[in-house]
Each structure stands twice: as structure tokens, then as C-alpha cells.
Design a protein around this ligand. Structure first.
Ligand code: IDP
Ligand code: MG
Length: 136
């Protein structure tokens, strides 16, 4: 089995959508290998989103992702589970996301787009190690 990291961002937790979103992955046949509600520290958020450090929205992104608890989880499934999870999330901008996807069903805001998912196997390994260093 392969693993990928998801973050149900503060907007998803504040809106009470954690159960609904996790249920979609479970119904698909994916399983939780780890999961915790936590306020992400600013330093962890900066490391996690380091690829966006030079983007104009970086400060706003770190403020958003750290403002209240996120549900951080590791999802387990078949080969390329990261890709399956990304497909279920929808495109980055919910305004463009297809109905039936998480972003396409629950959001319209580019910044507050409910969920993060690792964008490849290397990112998944790096992000799981960052958020769940003890996970075996
Ligand atoms: P992804 O989450 O679909 O992988 P990325 O391009 O990696 O999208 O962007 C990371 C996160 O940064 C997005 O999920 C969204 O929350 C935020 N973001 C991306 N682009 C913008 C923007 O132009 N303005 C504000 N926030 C943005
Ligand atoms: Mg990304």
C-alpha cells in the first residue's frame, strides 16, 4: 500500500466538513493510517509550503493555514494514491473544480479551498515525515 498526506484546512474544520470529506475517501476504499486535529505551527507551515515562499500570497497562505486547527491525516491506498486523492480534491481553484470533487462541491474561494493533498510520491514522503515523523 502507498501513502499520501492530506490536510483538511481550517476552513473545512470550521465549517464542520471533516467527517463528510473523510467519508468520501473511506467510501472510495482508502483508509486512514494517521489523523489528528492540530494547529499547525507557523514554522511547519512555512516548511510545508516552501515551494511557494516567493509567491505574493505566501504570507496570507501561512496565516490562513495556522489560524485554527486543521485535520492532518495520512491516507493509504493503492499505487499512486496521491493521484487518486488529488483527483477527488478537484483543481486548485474551486471556482473551476468539477462538481463531484471536494473543492467543486464545498467551495468557491481560491485561498480557502478546504484541502491539501501531496502532489507526487516525493512530496508525500517529505510531507508525511514533516507532520508524522513517528509513523512507521
Ligand atoms: P494545490 O493546493 O492545489 O496543490 P498550490 O498551487 O500548491 O495548489 O497552492 C497551495 C495553496 O495556496 C492552494 O491550495 C491555496 O490554498 C493557496 N493559493 C494558491 N494560489 C493562490 C492565490 O493566487 N491566492 C491565494 N491563495 C492561493
Ligand atoms: Mg500544491
Amino acid at each position: 500500500m502507498k501513502r499520501t498526506l492530506i490536510i483538511l484546512k481550517p476552513d473545512a474544520v470550521e465549517r464542520g466538513l471533516v467527517g463528510e470529506i473523510i467519508a468520501r475517501f473511506e467510501r472510495r476504499g482508502l483508509t486512514l493510517a494517521a489523523g489528528e486535529l492540530r494547529v499547525i505551527p507557523a514554522e511547519t507551515a512555512q516548511q510545508h509550503y516552501a515551494e511557494h515562499a516567493e509567491r505574493p500570497f505566501f504570507g496570507e497562505l501561512v496565516d490562513f493555514i495556522t489560524r485554527s486547527p486543521s485535520f492532518v491525516a495520512v491516507i493509504e491506498g493503492p499505487d499512486d494514491v496521491w493521484k487518486l486523492v488529488r483527483a477527488m480534491m478537484g483543481t486548485t481553484n474551486p471556482a473551476d473544480s468539477a462538481p463531484g470533487t471536494i473543492r467543486g462541491d464545498f467551495g468557491t474561494d481560491l485561498a480557502e479551498n478546504l484541502i491539501h493533498g501531496s502532489d507526487g510520491p516525493e512530496a508525500a514522503a517529505r510531507e508525511i515525515a514533516l507532520f508524522f515523523p513517528g509513523l512507521v
